[in-house]
Design a protein around this ligand. Structure first.
Ligand code: NAD
Length: 379
């Protein structure tokens, strides 16, 4: 997706580009890469070093394996509360046990040239503190979705990364997925007309109590965790636009003892320019994984819509759309971020996009709290 930066941020990027290069260069890898490129020699160490911050399910099942497939970056360390788990990761992925850090030691990364990127993959409410600490150590940062649990936190994260001249991107893997790229192409070129009707949602049945059902760690319920995928898809189908307004209603809880201080299910609508409209839902009490976008001249149906590589099924009015997909969405996402660092280019999934989605989420919650009142989104 092409995020169009403001002129101010383009100018700022131009001014800071040289400084950011020198900073990354000072950490080692990029200096070797870029200085060798300048004198026409092959790159001796072409990969940027990644440290995963948080070793839960997503790191274990997706990001670690993806880092075995990346071309431009590799796993060189971890940040974890469990030294034993960190040591196991060091053995499996072949990095020194000295590169296992505690969360409280994120600042020490400033002293290591092996790590260029910190990938924050902890519970939502911890993203802000971990991103800000990584930025203070002058490391580029990838932060998992949702970017944070409030717009104010997003602002602080963006400011911290700017102050340290490091890049910030969000783990929006589907932005790089070929079928979603096709959705964005249709939205951009309007060859079927604009997508005026959208629908879908993202849900699963939560059977065990976990941090995702606690406001203090999750920031909210399924909207933060799952609904955000439908928000992303809708904005893509609207031509990388933010909605003009939203309205929402929380459903009555079926398991109030389970979902004490977060929503269990919520339905919302999004209004975009030119009359485009989407109706969506998300719940921790059902199975749903779908996105539909319809224009006057054609439609796309994603079902399932938000799963890892090879598991998406997409149909258009012409039948199944079977585009060739890379083996790992996450590997493509991380390689693209490494490209941005090397080329000093803005990330197509920058912190500003994570912030945009948090603005939408806050508006959806505000509408639900006010009985479904239509809330306009400030530009
Ligand atoms: P998880 O519960 O499996 O892992 C969380 C990790 O954070 C664990 O290693 C845990 O030990 C650690 N942690 C550190 N401090 C903690 C604390 N105070 N309380 C609880 N855990 C703490 O969660 P997950 O499924 O790996 O999700 C982590 C993040 O990744 C979330 O933000 C989630 O939204 C995101 N995620 C993204 C995708 C995607 O497709 N992009 C998929 C799954 C999860």
């Amino acid at each position: 997706m092409k995020v169009v930066p403001s002129q101010a941020s383009i100018d700022d990027d131009r001014r800071t580009g040289r400084r950011r290069f020198l900073q990354t260069a000072a950490t080692g890898a990029a200096f070797q890469i870029l200085s060798r490129r300048a004198i026409g020699q092959p790159w001796p160490r072409p990969k940027l070093g990644v440290a995963l911050c948080g070793l839960g399910n997503y790191a274990h099942h997706e990001l670690g394996p993806a880092l075995n497939l990346t071309r431009n970056c590799e796993l060189r360390g971890v940040i974890t509360g469990s030294p034993e788990k960190g040591a196991r990761w060091a053995e499996v992925y072949g990095f020194p046990k000295a590169n296992v850090w505690d969360y409280g030691a994120l600042g020490q990364l400033a002293g290591t040239s092996e790590i260029d990127i910190v990938y924050v993959v902890t519970p939502n409410a911890l993203h802000a503190q971990h991103v800000i600490a990584a930025a203070a150590a002058r490391k580029h940062v990838i932060c998992e979705k949702p970017m944070a649990i409030s717009v104010a936190e997003c602002d602080a994260m963006i400011a911290a990364c700017r102050a340290s001249n490091v890049l910030l991107s969000i783990g929006y893997r589907l932005q790089f997925e070929p079928h979603y790229q096709e959705l964005k192409r249709h939205a951009r070129e309007k060859d079927w007309g604009a997508f005026l009707r959208m629908s879908g949602g993202n849900s699963f049945v939560m059977t065990e109590l976990q941090w995702r059902a606690e406001r203090s760690l999750a920031g909210g319920g399924p909207l933060m965790d799952l609904g955000i995928y439908a928000i992303q898809a809708a904005c893509m189908a609207a031509g990388d636009a933010r909605p003009l307004a939203v309205s929402a209603k929380e459903r009555p809880k079926q398991r109030p003892e389970f979902f004490l201080d977060v929503e269990e299910a919520i339905d919302w609508s999004m209004e975009f320019a030119d009359g485009a409209r989407g109706e969506f839902s998300t719940t921790y009490n059902d199975k749903l994984n779908r996105f539909h976008a319809e224009a006057a001249g054609g439609w796309m149906e994603f079902d399932p819509a938000y799963l890892p590589a090879g598991e998406l099924k997409v149909v258009t009015q012409y039948g199944p759309l079977n585009l060739v997909v890379p083996p790992s969405q996450q590997a493509v996402q991380m390689d693209d971020f490494a490209r941005c660092i090397r080329d000093d280019a803005p990330s197509p999934v920058a912190g500003e996009m994570g912030r945009r989605d948090m603005v939408i989420i806050e508006a959806i919650y505000a509408s639900a709290a006010q009985g479904g009142r239509r809330i306009e989104i400030a530009v």
